[in-house]
Write a protein of this length. Structure first.
Length: 293
């Protein structure tokens, strides 16, 4: 467990985000259960095409306008011009194989009426799925140091961490270039940290989160193991689905990462070590020890 006496950087959780349907809008929450697969309900559902391959904003930007809300086992989904849709989160299939990046996993299909709603709004035939109970998808052991780190339909890891200061630095650069600033939601992080310096999340081995309020000696450690390589999704405005290039163009000027062979990165992927759990809350103290070469 963490010892706050050894923290080089400290702050607190400024925002928590859960994205129930991969590549659709997120839900800002005040608290969330931390499960082995990440925050409860995060990327628990996914839309796939007729071949079972995942669909994302990379192909259909208007996915970001699909807004879920969760209450008592029901996910209510809204989108412009559509009647609200109620989805029983425990739908039972039939089962089919689906693919997210290089991983193929068994999944359960939603009822036809649910799939018709999504197909109508996205203007392409698609199916909503959730992981089958027996499915197990693991994050890359190359980056977890061999640890088993289950995840659901996230790109690769259970938790994504970004600091507010990193977004602020990007916005300063955007403004200097005559471009509009952007909101942190574009980076689709689960945890937005306040109080760090820009990209401190890149430089600490683990994000330690205090449990139980000030003075508590209980901490949850989330190892930060892989920089998050960035695709064009942060260039999509989550409020309008309008696409641009300013975010990617600006990141290209200063965020090439040798750890990923020069890829542009922003934020850090984390996993949940075995036996780790609890509840994360907005306002929880966080900290970490800087890594030195």
């Amino acid at each position: 467990m963490a010892n706050s006496d050894f923290f080089d950087v400290t702050g607190h959780i400024g925002q928590l985000w859960v994205f129930p349907i991969k590549s659709c809008a997120g839900i800002a929450v005040q608290s969330a259960r931390l499960l082995p697969t990440g925050l409860e309900h995060d990327r628990a559902f996914m839309l796939v095409d007729g071949q079972g391959d995942f669909i994302s904003q990379r192909e259909i930007a208007r996915m970001v306008l699909v807004q879920p809300a969760i209450a008592e086992g029901v996910m209510t989904v809204t989108a412009p011009g559509m009647e609200p849709l109620a989805v029983d989160m425990a739908f039972t299939g039939p089962e089919r194989a689906v693919r997210v990046w290089d991983d193929q996993v068994p999944a359960l299909q939603a009822p036809d009426a649910v799939n018709a709603w999504f197909s109508a709004f996205l203007q392409t035939a698609c199916t909503l799925v959730r992981m089958a109970p027996q499915a197990l998808r693991l994050a890359s052991k190359k980056w977890t140091g061999g640890a088993d780190a289950p995840t659901q339909f996230a790109d690769g890891f259970p938790v994504l961490v970004v600091s507010r200061a990193s977004v602020h630095e990007l916005n300063e650069r955007l403004t200097q270039a005559g471009e509009a600033p952007v909101v942190a939601e574009r980076f689709r992080a689960n945890i937005v940290v306040e109080g760090f310096q820009s990209h401190d999340e890149d430089r600490i081995e683990s994000l330690s989160v205090q449990q139980g309020g000030p003075g508590s000696q209980q901490w949850v450690d989330l190892p930060l193991v892989k920089p998050c390589a960035r695709c064009p999704i942060p260039d999509i405005d989550p409020a309008t689905a309008a696409s641009g290039t300013s975010v990617t163009d600006t990141l290209q000027t200063y965020r090439h990462d040798d750890r990923l062979d020069g890829a542009v990165t922003f934020g850090m992927n984390a996993y949940v070590p075995a036996g780790t759990g609890g509840v994360l809350r907005v306002g929880d103290a966080v900290g970490g020890a800087l890594q030195f070469d």
